[in-house]
Design a protein around this ligand. Sequence first.
Ligand code: 5GP
Ligand code: ZN
Length: 136
Amino acid sequence: MSDCIFCKIIAGEIPSATVYEDDACKAILDVNPAAKGHVIVLTKEHAEDVFHISDEALSNAICVAKKVAAALKKTYQCDGVNILQNNGEVAGQTVFHLHIHVIPRFKGDSISMHWKPGEMPSDLAETAEKIKANME
Ligand code: 5GP
Ligand code: ZN
């Protein structure tokens, strides 16, 4: 994808601070980090989002995110780590090339990704059946 910033980073046309690379992905520091050590794992396969990525590339990327999380814990002795991946503008996606965020978390830090828990629905079983019918 000639106009994709992450494809350009993967191709080495745009510099990045790389923490890990293999045949299928590249893990780099985010330039606008939520916290020091915020890493994004980029799949080398260009895919807009989770709806388009191959299982193989996604499986590799999540395993790399796990390795990154372990490295962050070792490096910063963080209290926790968020591993997250946005799909669609409404979900916060700004770069349309699949990537997984790995963010070190510390007790009392000011990073916010909370939602207000809803009331317990009375139709959980019905909802589960609806979704189940569309599982492939
Ligand atoms: P999204 O909002 O799509 O889930 O995440 C995109 C992330 O990519 C953002 O956190 C943003 O700071 C990061 N980003 C955007 N452009 C660049 C870039 O050129 N280099 C690096 N290293 N990160 C970038
Ligand atoms: Zn791309």
